[in-house]
Design a protein around this ligand. Sequence first.
Ligand code: CAA
Length: 378
Amino acid sequence: MDFELDETAAMVAQTARDFASKEIVPRAAKIDRDGKIPRELLRGLADLGLMGVNVPESLGGSEAGVIAYSLAMIEIARGCASTAVTMSVTNMVAEVIASFGTPEQCKQYVPHLMSGKMAAGSFALSEAEAGSDPGAMRTTARLENGEWTIDGSKQWITSGDFAGVFIVWARTGGEGTRGISAFLVPADAKGLSVGHHEDKMGLRGSSTTSLHFDSVHVPESALLGQLHGGFKIAMMALDGGRIGIASQAIGVAEAALAASIDYAKERKTFGKPIAEHQAIQWMIADGRTELDAARLLTMRAAYLKQSKQPFSTQAAMAKLYASECAGRICDKALQIHGGYGYTKEYDVERHYRDVRVSRIYEGTSEIQRIVIGRSVAS
Ligand code: CAA
């Protein structure tokens, strides 16, 4: 067993850390307030190769591996969770196209996502009544005269209003998970419109919208992967995505813990810094221990994916544990800050709101337990 990082992963992590410290941390509160990530920040991520950390170089990616991707995600999320989720979904979309796309599909989209010409990629799976259970989706795609016609609506779509390309899942056969296919739909497709913008508790800088498909025509060649094979593509994508969200949760919790340690050294009660009170030390000790455990679970999942071994269960464990302990850590961070933590003057207030969704999206904690339970107890 080897706990040392390889040179590439260490370099990518350092690059992401430097960019986060210099460009993201100083802007994060404003991003949260304005509800918008400056485009130049996303362009900066693309320029550094962070929009395709595990995407082949031949398509413009960094080809640095899954461990490097996870570490980069932790660093960017430490700066701003909204920026991190935009990066995470774009990496996921680029990887899915690179893995399942034809050479033409790859060429049409992936280099543009990598260069930043397309600001983001978007993953259009969920619907108003099909979130945890995507097999219940109702969006349809019909093949007529060499064209697919897509009708329906999607909800909770990250970067729905500015992504350059969408992976859209639609029903092409009967009921259930076996009648679903995936399609690549460009943002300017006629009949595709952006609907409601969610007014979210956290991740306020990232955009989350509904999408409407009103007889959207795409060529027959827009089918991604096998006809009726879309559900498995979604599941495989989410397995990898869950490593990204585990990493995002770790990054937010790292920021909250670091802020708590700094604050606890400064703030005095009963004649000494609160860091010297055992009650506070224990909160910090628990947080550090849980975060290290979350990192180890996440690195294991990343290692398995990188070495092309099965990793679905391990990714679910990493996502479950990291998101839940990150929630606890951000809660304790706010507690350590006392009344100040409950104000927008301190970043922990934002971390507390931002981290909450990591227990919900890319599979709720309950879904992760289903995935783990089926694997270990079947
Ligand atoms: N890899 C490959 N294939 C898989 C798979 C995986 N990880 N998981 C399931 N499959 C296959 C099964 O083998 C099965 O294949 P066959 O048809 O050949 O038998 C098929 O898929 C159906 O599998 P299940 O019967 O297990 O499907 P299910 O309906 O019971 O669902 C589930 C399983 C794990 C609960 C799944 O529905 C799930 O993960 N739900 C959560 C969805 C989710 O995470 N949504 C997040 C939305 S995206 C998002 O949040 C992005 C964002 O913008 C931030």
